[in-house]
Design a protein around this ligand. Structure first.
Ligand code: OGA
Ligand code: NI
Length: 360
């Protein structure tokens, strides 16, 4: 399987470029089957007012024990029911967040030839990319991205980060550092909420854990009802901290049979649990399917930082969460092995974590 990850199976089309040519009809490769289109059975969800929970993280450090308890419990409920929540007062500088996102907007405005210098290969995905999944003929999504590693430090290669705009490298370093710190705090809270030792999850991820970022760019689309910016998937890693575009919504989260469109709060992050936390918690916590819709009016930029176990760590349900009534639901796997699936097939709903389910 590794060999097929060395190069893309067909020429890569930049979606931004396609969008800028002014086409009125999108190529077939981007047209989703009817049941995957944004318009399929969306009346109920569109009419509902439900949204993912919002957590004020300051409550976790309140002098009032009752506020601390309520805040932790709100996070616990969100992890069980939604696998998603927004956080405010999260400790990351708002000014830094804004500048980092602006830098990336500027990056995507650079001429195509400049961005092409960073064109990526599927062996590491680092750089400027336009597809997830290396299998020939897979359905394509209406987005481009820039991907890079931040941790472990041994695989960080700042030479692969953009030199333009000027401030990009420095901002990315600082942004990633602050967001990784936030992830550490959340991991401790998740552990405690699950009744585990405070550092249980962090230890399960390993000392040399991973953090990588994908900056997603969703260009305007002339036929947004036929395609998706990012097909339905759950994130394969530990947790994702998403900084969405404040001007344009697009992220949808599955809630039962509905897709709920998240309304971003200015300066908030969207936190979502990935498959590894579902496995470690023996499915007490859920990694929930989500997808991105596009529109014909505005492009959208989002920054996703993925916080992952060290590649060689074997991830399996925590022993304390395995009981006679709740046997281990998943087979042990390393994250390196697990990650190959998404990198081969691209986003495929929740089929991957389901494939790990122990046979009963
Ligand atoms: C992702 C993702 C959502 C978004 O990058 O995995 O789900 O809003 N992104 O861009
Ligand atoms: Ni995702």
């Amino acid at each position: 399987m590794l060999n097929c990850l060395n190069s893309w199976p067909e020429p890569v089309t930049r979606v931004q470029h396609l969008s800028e040519t002014g086409i009125r009809v999108i190529p077939d490769r981007y047209v989703k089957k009817p049941s995957d289109r944004p318009t399929f059975l969306q009346q109920a969800a569109a009419a509902s007012q439900i949204d993912i929970p919002v957590v004020d993280m300051q409550g976790l450090w309140s002098g009032d024990a009752e506020i601390r308890r309520r805040t932790a419990s709100l996070i616990d409920g969100a992890c069980r029911e939604w696998g998603f929540f927004q956080v405010v007062n999260h400790g990351v500088s708002h000014e830094l967040m804004g500048r980092t996102r602006e830098t990336w907007r500027e990056f995507f405005k650079l001429p195509l030839e400049m961005k092409q210098r960073y064109a990526n290969e599927p062996s590491t995905y680092e750089g400027y990319g336009s597809r997830l999944g290396v299998e020939k003929g897979i359905s394509l999504d209406w987005s481009d991205y820039f991907f890079f590693h931040y941790l472990p430090i041994g695989i960080r290669d700042e030479n692969k980060w953009p030199t333009q705009p000027d401030s990009c490298r420095q901002l990315m370093g600082e942004y990633s550092r602050q967001v990784v710190e936030l992830c550490g705090k959340l991991m401790n809270i998740f552990s405690t909420n699950l009744g585990l030792k405070e550092d249980y999850l962090q230890k399960a991820f390993g000392e040399d854990l991973g953090a990588c970022m994908r900056v997603n760019y969703y260009p305007k689309c002339p036929q947004p009802d036929l395609t998706l910016g990012l097909s339905a998937h759950s994130d394969p890693g530990g947790m994702t901290i998403l900084f969405p575009d404040e001007n344009v919504s697009g992220l949808q989260v599955r809630y039962g049979d509905n897709w709920v469109t998240v309304k971003p709060i200015p300066n908030a992050f969207i936190v979502n649990l990935g498959d590894q936390l579902q496995v470690l918690s023996n499915a007490i916590y859920k990694s929930v399917e989500h997808r991105v819709i596009v529109n014909s009016e505005k492009e959208r930029v989002s920054l996703a930082l993925f916080y992952n176990p060290k590649g060689e760590m074997v991830i399996k349900p925590a022993e304390q969460l395995v009981t006679a009534e709740q046997p281990p639901l998943y087979q042990p796997t390393t994250f390196n092995e697990y990650r190959l699936y998404m990198r081969t097939k691209g986003p495929s709903g929740k089929s991957q974590v389901e494939s790990l389910e122990s046979t009963k």
